[in-house]
Design a protein around this ligand. Structure first.
Ligand SMILES: Nc1ncnc2c1ncn2[C@@H]1O[C@H](COP(=O)(O)OP(=O)(O)O)[C@@H](O)[C@H]1O
Ligand SMILES: [Mg+2]
Length: 358
């Protein structure tokens, strides 16, 4: 498979979907650039599959436009769209060989036999399944089946590749390996990718930008690190990574008081008032021991729990007044470790926390 496709640009204009009284998707406006890797994440039922189905043509929107390279494709049947689709459950045809599965979209498009054979072989090589063309899906592992599904979606070089939790059925190691494959495949193809997952880590690993959905609404869109550092609200903050969310009772200038009775120093730029202001502090921004001295916010805390997880230690701490705080510290050899029951000074710089207003 030589040469990259020009990825399609994709734009949703007030796209919504209602099923009788249920609104699966409130009007969505989103623009995805040519060649972008765009992830949609959100809890089950938040509308991810609905939006993908509207894009692929399986679901008819109640209103709105789906512009691919500026042209509205609503109403066009799925097979007329230059869209490749990968599902969680592989959805390979069980009675067809691997090669026949991958060639299926080309046969649907009436491509000549000899060309089909060559393109199938190239697509299989691309997912490192070049030797497996004669097997039946039942003779493959889950990871191999998903490679075949990827090859099938990529074989006609779609300008737009849609994936709905494609790695959801695989175990963790295989998932990480396949993430690398998918990213490589996208670079080789040049396609624009819209990738649905409920795994925030996967989204952050793969995507240039992420949209977070909840109850059929897009809560925030942006590069993963930006959403992580500046979440729009409490839901987003707790959905993407771990966060300490401390409700604030009052803020005034650079001072704030939490509902738990802690008097805090906060960054002035953050000290705005909202209906329910909340301090959002990521666990890795909590410093412990000597590193916490003189930080503007520092308390003597009791360690409730210390858990070693792959290179870092996750602490659950109790601050004066009962507030429970999560902290995460790298577990370097020689660094101090505080065990449950110990006391430790925990602190953070005002600038390392943000105040959320919703
Ligand atoms: N064909 C359908 N008929 C009725 N309700 C549906 C249909 N498809 C999806 N829904 C509802 O729309 C909402 C969004 O579903 P979906 O897009 O599948 O969510 P997600 O993929 O984020 O888990 C859910 O409440 C779901 O029950
Ligand atoms: Mg879904």
């Amino acid at each position: 498979m030589s040469g990259a496709t020009e990825g399609a640009s994709l734009r949703y204009v007030a796209v919504a979907k209602r099923y009788g009284p249920l609104t699966a998707l409130h009007p969505v406006d989103l623009s995805i650039a040519s060649g972008e890797f765009f992830a949609m994440i959100g809890p089950s039922g938040s509308g991810k599959t609905t939006l993908l189905g509207i894009t692929a043509g399986f679901v008819t929107p109640s209103q709105g436009q789906v512009l691919v390279n500026g042209r509205d494709i609503v109403g066009e049947p799925p097979h007329r769209r230059a869209v490749g689709m990968v599902f969680q459950n592989y959805s390979l045809f069980p009675h067809m060989t691997v090669a026949e599965n991958v060639g299926f979209p080309l046969r649907m498009r009436r491509v000549k036999r000899a060309e089909i054979a060559a393109r199938v072989q190239a697509a299989l090589a691309m997912v490192r399944m070049g030797q497996m063309g004669d097997r039946l899906p039942a003779q493959l592992s889950g990871g191999q089946q998903q490679r075949v599904a990827l090859a099938r979606a990529a074989v006609y070089r779609p300008a737009l590749l849609l994936m709905d939790e494609p790695l959801g059925a695989l175990d963790k190691n295989l998932r990480e390996e396949m993430q690398d494959e998918i990213r490589r495949l996208q670079r080789e193809l040049g396609a624009t990718v819209v990738y649905v997952t409920h795994d925030q880590q996967e989204a952050a690993t793969l995507a240039d930008r992420v949209a977070i959905l909840r109850n059929g609404r897009v809560e925030q869109v942006g590069p993963p690190h930006e959403i992580y550092e500046m979440p729009a609200n409490r839901f987003v903050a707790s959905f993407l990574g771990e966060a300490n969310l401390l409700p604030l009772e009052a803020t005034q200038g650079e001072r704030a008081r939490t509902a738990g009775g802690l008097e805090l120093a906060v960054a002035t730029s953050d000290a705005a008032s909202g209906p329910e202001p909340t301090l959002c502090l990521r666990p890795e921004n909590v410093r412990l021991g000597e590193a916490a001295a003189g930080l503007g916010n520092a308390w003597t805390a009791t360690v409730l729990e210390a858990v070693h997880i792959a290179g870092s230690i996750r602490y659950r701490l109790q601050l004066p007044g009962g507030t429970v705080l999560l902290a995460r510290a790298p577990a370097r050899i020689g660094d101090p470790v505080w065990q449950a029951g110990a006391t430790v000074v925990a602190g953070w710089r005002p600038a390392d926390a943000v105040i959320l207003l919703a």
